[in-house]
Design a protein around this ligand. Structure first.
Ligand code: ATP
Ligand code: MN
Length: 477
């Protein structure tokens, strides 16, 4: 059909289907006009078609995590993640280091992929979906995993403010600013490494106990009885009754012995510690165990086994590399641990010229606790055994990481104990019952997971190994 230069349209009589634009046979609307497609139009149509194609390509594209990429080199993949680092080189080149929690991936975006609007506004900490082919990096170049993603398409998922997290904090920020922005800090390489090690270490503790035949329990942390002194109790109103946040799950573990035998738990404990020290938290993860029919010697051996076996497991795990990244000089402890009784510890301090803050030596009768403060000059793992059937495991740099003891198992002795401490035995009836219904010599211990990690990772401050540390005047985020 040849179109006349002048087109006739008629809203009433015309038809876009049957009309031909003549006066006799008008179109309904002026829209209906055919012409040979122009070059620009063709280009646009092709572009649209290509975009549609990629869309369907991307729909079926398998999504993979960064840690799975090595065997997928030379294949097209789709990766979700956060923009960890961003570098623009000229107008046509954009380097992204993508982070997805499983690893880091260098990605290259070229031409239109970085010249588009999203490419121009992209900021660190934004979330994106990247599509492309994984290629080994050229000789002499370095990238995480030894490969990089050559993008052919990408989508913005969540745009972060310009500058990413840099507006909230940086390496030089004040400690309190860093703690207020801990939710951003944990995205950083160092803190996330620590959290990853912490996850593995927790698993290794569990594996240790399971391999030794223990059962795990999850005791309540809202309690009406106390284990340690009242001065570090967090009190709370429990539907009109006085209750506390637990300081230790020891008492509940003891009740499990007749039911489950060797038992452990990994639960939160709370201490209203008034002082700011680098090894005290007000909430911490307490790894506790109790064992029936156990001697004092058994207790010491089990503690040695616990520490050495867990370290062994960590070093055999993929987290070992992270551990050495953080603490390159780490040396696993050697068995046997040095065993010192209380008297020997006092002598040891004198021999090593370690004095109290007031410049005098520790004397017999003073609680072992001050020992911990000075243990950082010691390079050895050490048991400090007190006169009272208690044992502490002391580590270089952090001091006490475990407190353990043989428990009172005689009913009368326990009742005496309540009286001596001025404790009303009434709410402890269930604990006392353990001594009436088939008592047995038993013992157990509590290990602070954060203290263990502080030692393992050689951190100065215990708060470094916490997700959101809790200590005096700090209860957020
Ligand atoms: P410390 O004398 O160091 O204050 P403690 O003797 O009061 O400790 P225990 O009641 O024996 O501690 O608790 C057992 C373990 O729990 C300790 O060896 C330690 O690893 C951990 N722990 C105790 N209190 C804290 C705390 N405030 N913050 C972090 N860990 C703690
Ligand atoms: Mn202790």
């Amino acid at each position: 059909m040849v179109l006349a230069e002048e087109l006739y349209v008629s809203d009433k009589q015309g038809s876009d289907q049957d009309g031909d634009g003549t006066e006799q046979n008008p179109f309904k609307t002026p829209l209906k006009r055919w012409a040979v497609i122009s070059k620009t139009q063709m280009k646009n149509v092709k572009k649209l078609y290509h975009r549609e194609q990629t869309k369907t390509d991307t729909k079926d594209q398998k999504e993979v995590k960064i840690y799975q990429l090595e065997p997928l080199r030379e294949q097209r993949v789709k990766v979700f993640g956060w923009v960890h680092r961003l570098r623009r080189q000229g107008k046509n080149l954009l380097f992204i280091v993508l982070r997805d929690g499983t690893g880091f991936l260098q990605c290259v975006l070229t031409d239109k992929l970085c010249q588009c609007y999203n490419g121009l506004v992209l900021s660190t900490e934004s979330t994106v979906a990247l599509y492309g082919t994984v290629k080994p990096v050229p000789e002499g170049k370095q990238a995480p995993g030894g490969h990089e993603l050559h993008c052919d398409f990408w989508e913005m998922i969540g745009l972060a403010p310009a500058g990413g997290a840099d507006n909230l904090l940086n390496e030089e920020s004040d400690v309190d600013v860093q703690l207020n922005n801990r939710h951003m800090m944990i995205r950083g390489e160092n803190v996330s490494k620590i959290l990853r090690v912490r996850s593995t270490v927790t698993q290794c503790f569990r594996d240790h106990f399971f391999s030794r035949g223990y059962y795990e329990i999850t005791p309540p942390t809202l309690v009406q009885t106390q284990v340690e002194g009242g001065s570090t109790l967090f009190k709370l109103d429990y539907f009109g009754e006085q209750a506390y946040l637990t300081q230790s799950s020891q008492l509940y573990l003891e009740t499990c012995l007749p039911a489950l035998g060797d038992t452990f738990c990994i639960a939160q404990s709370y201490r209203a510690e008034q002082s700011r020290t680098r090894r005290h938290l007000s909430e911490y993860t307490h790894i506790e165990a109790e064992c029936p029919f156990m001697s004092y010697e058994d207790l010491l051996n089990r503690l040695e086994d616990l520490v050495c076996d867990v370290v062994d497991r960590v070093l055999k795990s993929p987290a070992a590399a992270l551990l050495y990244d953080i603490n390159p000089d780490f040396k696993p402890p050697k068995r046997p641990f040095k065993r010192m009784n209380y008297t020997e510890a006092i002598e040891w301090l004198k021999e090593h010229d370690i004095k109290k803050d007031d410049g005098t030596y520790y004397e017999f009768g003073e609680v072992c606790a001050p020992l911990h403060l000075n243990i950082n000059i010691m390079n050895i793992v050490c048991f400090c055994v007190s006169l009272w059937g208690q044992v502490d495991v002391l580590m270089p740099n952090v001091g006490e990481i475990v407190g353990g003891s043989m428990r009172i198992w005689d009913a009368d002795e326990l009742l005496e104990g309540y009286k001596r401490e001025g404790i009303d035995p009434t709410p402890y009836y269930w604990y006392t019952d353990q001594r009436k219904f088939g008592s047995c010599p038993h013992g157990g211990y509590g290990l602070g997971l954060e203290r263990f990690l502080t030692w393992l990772l050689n951190r100065h401050h215990i708060r470094d190994v916490c997700l959101y540390p809790r200590f005096i005047q700090r209860c957020r985020p």
